[in-house]
Design a binder for this molecule. Structure first.
Ligand code: NAD
Length: 311
């Protein structure tokens, strides 16, 4: 049994990591300041984990949090592009400063490996498809800059201090417990709940924009492999399905799965939205043994069922 620290463990992806780690019989500590995460995401397991309510911007708290830890799964961040456009300084403090605190403390605590949640947004304006890890990153938002800076700090901590780190570039993750309500909510949970409730929904642009939508269980699998597989310290991997769906295709699938049309209109395209995103996941397959077992369509059906039980 190993001790895992999951930063951002009260968030969407973090809480799925906690659930799977407990299922595997591991020990779990969570560090989260509940800024975008929720206590209720951990309610089912709160008696079986150590929950530290605290901020990764605090060096002192982070040092306490890594004591005795074998592996860090670092999910804690302000995850939204529009939020970072509105307030780049706070996104930088949390995503870059917080990551640096954690790396520094993890090195001193003798952590075996730190897995870092990066993002497909680092590819930004680079138009080549599919996205490969060896492409030159081209961030076009403060959020993407912060995620890339975190990745590069991870790489430098591997090279300079011998702290093993692995960066995973997640592509548009979705699944149960993703918040449908905040101003910064991702499109899939917002649309599922909106269609179910018959609310008016607006698709940005003509809906032909496509993404490599990734069900959360695939991301969990990638994290646990990235922590365990030997010889991958300092590396970067795409985590996705390796298949794209357009926003219109997603909406059509959701309408069918939910059994109602909803009220959906098209609005202006969002500035800075890239038309297409698609990952090449061959490096993760080869080096981590990663296999995206749940397709986007299967994932959509699961998440519709999850929201249906709760609404
Ligand atoms: N969801 C996606 O599609 C996606 C895509 C690419 C990358 N990511 C990355 O995955 C990670 C998890 O994202 P998510 O979708 O689960 O978002 P989330 O908002 O649900 O989770 C982030 C968690 O971090 C916590 N947090 C924020 N600031 C903190 C701070 N200063 N100190 C301690 N905890 C703090 C929040 O309270 C929350 O629980 C993030 O690093 C994000 O950048 C997500």
């Amino acid at each position: 049994m190993s001790l895992y620290l999951v930063t951002g463990g009260a968030g969407f992806i973090g809480s799925h990591l906690v659930e799977e780690l407990l299922r595997r019989g591991e020990q779990v500590r969570v560090l989260d300041n509940l800024s975008t995460g929720k206590r209720e995401n951990l309610a089912a397991w709160i008696d079986r984990i150590e929950f530290l309510e605290g901020d990764i911007r605090s060096y002192h708290i982070v040092r306490e949090a890594v004591k005795g830890v074998d592996y860090v799964l670092h999910q804690g961040a302000l995850p939204s592009v529009p939020r970072s456009v509105r307030d780049p300084i706070t996104s930088n403090e949390v995503n870059v400063g917080g990551t640096l605190n954690l790396l520094d403390a993890a090195r001193d605590a003798g952590v075996k490996r730190l897995v870092y949640a990066s993002s497909s947004s680092v590819y930004g304006a680079n138009p080549a498809l599919p996205k490969r890890e060896d492409m030159v990153p081209h961030p076009i938002s403060p959020y993407a800059v912060s995620k890339l800076a975190g990745e590069q700090y991870c790489h430098v901590f591997s090279r300079t201090y011998g702290l093993e780190t692995v960066a995973l570039r997640y592509f548009n993750v979705f699944g149960p417990r993703q918040d449908p309500q905040s101003a910064y909510s991702a499109f899939i949970p917002r649309f599922i709940v909106g269609i179910m409730q018959g609310r008016r929904l607006v698709i940005d642009g003509d809906g032909s924009q496509s993404r490599d939508f990734t069900f959360v269980s695939n991301v969990v699998q990638a994290n646990l492999r990235a922590a365990a597989v030997p010889g991958v310290g300092g590396e970067v991997f795409n985590v996705a399905c390796g298949a794209a769906m357009s926003v219109n295709e997603i909406v059509a699938h959701l309408r069918q799965a939910i059994g109602t049309e909803g009220q959906i209109e098209h609005g202006p395209a969002r500035t800075g939205d890239v038309p297409q995103s698609l990952a090449d996941v061959s490096r993760a397959r080869a080096r981590l043994g990663y296999d995206p077992e749940v397709s986007a369509r299967q994932g959509l059906d699961r998440v519709v069922a999850w929201f249906r039980e709760r609404l």
